[in-house]
Design a protein around this ligand. Structure first.
Ligand code: ADP
Ligand code: ZN
Length: 821
């Protein structure tokens, strides 16, 4: 733990410093007299590191003289620590529990703009004698001499790197490195209608042009603007080819629209702020809120599991609790799964809390993240809302942490390190800061449910929907029985229902679970499937681009005409992706308008929200998508939801398959029929008798959980154990295997028995980017915490270092504590 007493004590002569590497030990440096008064734990410093210089973070200051020579700190980079005692303790715990470098954790916790980043510059060291230089060299020196500093990477773009190297060798130029700290606040161009009459004028203008058959490009663009809606940032508009800045300015010349610069994290123009609209809680919600409030009143750590069926009003409970915490003068943190961070959810929090909210998401630019971070750090904003890494948001005086959809797998970071679980980090942060933690879900994870049973958290239940909407009826369509009664990928009853709905001007959503399952090419003569040359996975076929792609390493190639194995021109598209499904659906329903939402269509910044809002505006009848549509299903006119392949999740070699299937299906089933129209849900499956599927059909979480826990207990799977996965990676397969075997042997010795060690074995995807992968799973007692894990792994790795077959480091070993996949 951090020695708080040593903060600000100027007497100490040594500082322990960490760097963003996997090395787990800090490095000790000497504090020169000149810097003694400026040294703070949690500040960044500039130090010599190996043969260069680097930014590190001070994690301890002391006077224990080390028994080796120490180098001196050169510069203190922060007047005020960028990490307070709370964040230092938290990151230290992660470093120990998840067994990774402390610096790796701090790197993940800080926004990129504050990170361990430095820049190389070039300058004149000795003025050259002109006649020793050729013309090019003279030019280079002249230009560099003119400026005070010149970025090395810029110089290398401007002149041949060899020429610069040569001048360096001659001692004329020198390179030096400086920490990069400056970041300017970011603004973005926002386009708005000039006044409230503008949209009307625009409409007239478009009509006029249409009548005269004169559709200039800018008029077309104007029409598109009307469809998209203003205000909107230029960077979002310019994703449409038609809306380049030239055309926007052309429209502005007509006086219809105008632009201004606003801070790009500012969302106030987008949402309404009206705290009066706070809803009155119903009895169940009120009871849950009272419980949480009692913890807030005590200002002590407390952990709640808010188990409420979909649509039972969990979000309203969060909002009331946050309001309470703000009234106490404290701050709050709201974690949501990455794809749960939709404008709909932000809007609800914004309505009550307005500019008190900082939204953190992965698509912000470096500067925007930095701005948001600063606004929390200096107390300007008191609530942070964001996905996984927002668990590190520097909310001041934190009183409440909410983890919405706590079961969601996206809370676990798999690669690279730190491989932390944001829910568990949130609980630890709550413990350190004495804040209340509320984990909410309609389908709590087995781990959290078991925790509640064991008294680690308090269970709060919401069993009703406040708006009296009913949970929809679910029908299971057993594909074995419908084999000859299919319309393409859809069984007849579902087909009829969709047809009906579309005729009544209602909407349908079709969900296609594509996890690790995609379309591919197969030779109809020899059965050969093209594979990625780097990874042992089949390549995915993207029909629109006529391209084969590897979803692991990104390798791409044009669709081959002939089979690489037998040479026949018999490659056919197999399997099916969402894109193919979309085509099949449009063949079956030729008159309907379709929208598709999957990873490929949502890689743009706001694409996810764009598609959903189009669907909400009823610009399409059917939405086809992967599981990400499961999160946005809150449309009053959707009356049919179909899951094309409800059992795909079971094809994955993990004991969590049943839990995943249950979560996915109940998410979907619970989302439809939210408003007054009754919704119907269909599951198409080859395994109609599967208990998880049946439980989801009956909206029966308790039954699912009872069976699932019994099954886990017999096989000692989590929550009855904690799983640590060791992954071995290297370019030479026999080496990887050898290392895996030696390491696993040591592990078995350490834990004293085979029972709890599984492996080693090749990973499910055994080759990625030319690296072979093996793995070993270790099951330990789940009550083991950071101390026990660190102790066990320290000993294992120390032993391994002595016995390792491969003195070089050509095989890497990754540790993943509480691995999910
Ligand atoms: P959950 O987060 O559990 O899925 P929500 O908080 O989104 O549920 O609530 C579902 C719907 O019910 C929302 O439209 C919400 O505005 C409404 N709602 C929730 N609580 C109340 C309440 N006490 N009074 C009126 N409407 C409510
Ligand atoms: Zn690949």
């Amino acid at each position: 733990m951090i020695n708080l007493l040593s903060i600000n004590l100027p007497l100490h002569s040594y500082a322990d410093i960490i760097f963003p590497t996997a090395v787990r030990q800090p490095f000790t440096y000497q504090i020169p007299d000149s810097l003694r008064n400026d040294m703070r734990i949690g500040s960044r410093v500039w130090v010599p590191f190996q043969r260069r210089k680097a930014i590190g973070v001070v994690v301890n200051i002391h006077s224990d003289t080390p028994d080796f020579n120490t180098r001196s700190i050169e510069q203190v980079l922060d007047e005020e620590p960028i990490l307070n005692a709370e964040m230092l303790s938290l990151t230290e715990w992660i470093h120990r529990f998840y067994y990774c470098g402390w610096g790796e954790v701090i790197q993940a916790a800080l926004p990129a703009g504050l990170n361990f980043y430095s820049e190389k510059y070039i300058r004149i060291k000795n003025l050259p004698d002109e006649k020793d230089l050729n013309e090019e060299e003279q030019n280079i020196c002249e230009e560099i001499a003119e400026k005070e500093s010149y970025l090395l990477k810029e110089a290398k773009k401007r002149w041949p790197p060899a020429a610069i190297k040569k001048l360096q060798k001659k001692g004329i130029l020198e390179v030096w490195e400086e920490p990069e700290l400056k970041i300017a606040p970011s603004t973005s161009r926002l386009w708005e209608w000039t006044d409230e009459d503008s949209p009307g004028k625009a409409r007239e203008l478009i009509e006029d042009h249409r009548e005269q058959d004169k559709m200039y490009k800018w008029v077309e663009a104007l029409e598109l603007l009307q469809m998209l809606g203003l205000p909107e940032f230029q960077k979002n508009l310019s994703r449409h080819e038609l809306l380049d800045s030239y055309t926007l300015n052309r429209i502005a010349d007509e006086g219809l629209i105008s632009a201004r610069e606003v801070e790009s994290t500012d969302i106030s123009f987008k949402y309404e702020h009206d705290p009066e609209k706070l809803k009155k809680l119903n009895d169940e919600q009120e009871a849950a809120f009272r419980e949480i409030k009692s913890a807030l009143d005590e200002e002590k750590f407390a952990n709640y599991l808010l188990f409420g069926i979909t649509g039972s009003g969990k979000t309203e409970v969060y909002i009331h609790a946050l309001k309470e915490v703000l009234e106490k003068g404290k701050g709050g943190l709201v974690l949501v799964p990455e794809i749960g961070l939709t404008p709909q959810i932000v809007k609800r929090f914004y309505q009550i809390f307005g500019d008190d909210i900082a939204v953190l998401h992965s698509r912000l630019t470096v500067r925007e993240k930095y701005d948001a971070w600063r606004s929390l750090q200096n107390g300007e904003k008191r609530i942070a809302i964001g996905a996984r890494s927002a668990v590190f948001a520097p909310v001041q005086n934190l009183g409440l942490i909410i983890v919405d959809e706590e079961h969601d797998a996206s809370y676990k970071q798999e690669d690279p390190a730190p491989r932390y679980h944001a829910r568990d980090v949130a609980i630890m942060r709550g413990t350190i800061t004495e804040a209340a933690v509320v984990m909410g879900s309609a389908t709590p994870s087995m781990v959290s449910l078991y925790g509640a049973k064991k008294g680690k958290s308090t269970l709060l239940s919401l069993t009703k929907r406040p708006l009296n909407a009913k949970l929809p009826e679910v029908k299971v369509l057993d594909l074995k029985q419908y084999r000859s009664a299919m319309k393409g990928p859809i069984a007849i009853p579902l087909y009829e229902k969709i047809k009906d709905a579309v005729e009544k001007n209602e909407q349908a959503i079709l969900l296609y679970n594509r996890r690790g399952y995609a379309s591919f090419l197969q030779c109809e003569t020899c059965g050969h499937i093209p594979e990625c040359p780097n990874c042992s996975v089949s390549l995915t076929y993207h029909k629109s681009k006529r391209q084969l792609r590897c979803h692991y390493c990104g390798y791409a190639a044009r669709r081959p005409d002939i089979c690489g194995e037998c040479g026949k021109a018999a490659l056919e598209a197999m399997g099916s992706g969402t894109q193919q499904l979309e085509e099949q659906i449009s063949d079956i329903f030729p008159e309907t308008r379709l929208l598709r939402m999957d990873f490929d269509t949502t890689s743009g910044r706001d694409a996810h929200a764009d598609i959903l809002s189009k669907f909400a505006r009823k610009e399409a009848d059917i939405l086809v998508g992967t599981q990400i549509v499961g999160k946005g299903l809150d449309f009053p006119d959707v009356t049919v939801v179909g899951v094309i392949n409800a059992d795909t999740e079971l094809a994955f070699p993990t004991f969590r398959a049943g839990e995943r299937m249950y979560q996915l299906l109940s998410q979907v089933a619970g989302r439809s029929g939210r408003a007054d129209k009754e919704g119907k849900v269909y599951f198409q499956t080859w395994q109609a008798d599967h208990p998880a599927l049946k439980a989801a059909k009956n909206h029966d979480y308790k039954e699912f959980a009872r069976r699932e826990l019994a099954f886990r207990k017999t096989l000692k799977y989590p929550p009855y154990s904690r799983i640590i996965r060791f992954a071995f990676k290297g370019k030479r397969e026999h080496r990887v295997r050898q290392v895996a075997e030696v390491f696993t042997g040591i592990l078995i010795e350490q834990v004293g028995g085979f029972d709890s060690v599984l492996g080693p074995s090749p990973s499910a995807v055994s080759k990625v980017q030319k690296f072979f992968r093996w793995e070993t799973l270790l099951k330990i007692d789940p009550t083991n915490g950071a101390k026990a894990i660190e102790h066990l792994l320290d000993k294992t790795f120390a032993d391994y270092d002595e016995k390792k077959p491969d003195k070089s480091t050509s095989v890497r070993i990754n540790v993943n504590v509480d691995a999910l996949e």
